[in-house]
Design a protein around this ligand. Structure first.
Ligand code: HEC
Length: 118
């Protein structure tokens, strides 16, 4: 009886192990040295959607419409995006949900990489 239970358990343990090894380690973006390529569509646009476009839309209070790439790219190129998000850290504006240090670093790396529409 005991043996039977043990044999039943082995495939279960085996499949759990297989599952975790298949998944592998979650790739972490290197935002300290900017070695990882940051993607506008996968990394930056979601931050804009969640934390910026409540104000930064056409007709919104924020300067610049960040719902699409074009105007965000302009702010990346003229230095204001880095200035406000990475250096001064006064965006998102006080009183609204803020972003993490990692997210600030990610935006910084994207700018350093030329703020591509990737
Ligand atoms: C609660 C509203 C609000 C939110 C949320 C917000 N902003 Fe702003 N933002 C403003 C306002 C208002 C201005 C214009 C006044 C100023 O420069 O402080 C501005 C200005 C800026 C500027 C300067 C643009 C220029 O041409 O001088 C940048 C860059 C910026 N925001 C980036 C962001 C980013 C990136 C986020 C999200 C991570 C964000 N903001 C979230 C309200 C907001």
């Amino acid at each position: 009886m005991k043996m039977k239970k043990l044999f039943l358990l082995i495939p279960v343990i085996g499949s759990i192990a297989a599952c975790t090894s298949e998944k592998g380690p979650v790739p972490v973006k290197d935002t300290d040295n900017c070695d990882s390529t940051i993607s506008y569509s996968a990394d930056i646009a979601p931050i804009m959607t969640d934390y910026c476009i409540s104000c930064h839309t056409a007709g919104g209070s924020g300067t610049g419409d960040f719902t699409t790439y074009t105007e965000l790219k302009q702010k990346a190129d003229n230095g204001s995006l880095k200035n406000r998000v990475v250096d001064l850290k006064d965006m998102p504006q006080a009183g609204s949900p803020t972003i993490s240090e990692d997210q600030r670093k990610m935006i910084n790396c994207w700018i350093k990489q030329g703020a591509p529409n990737n």
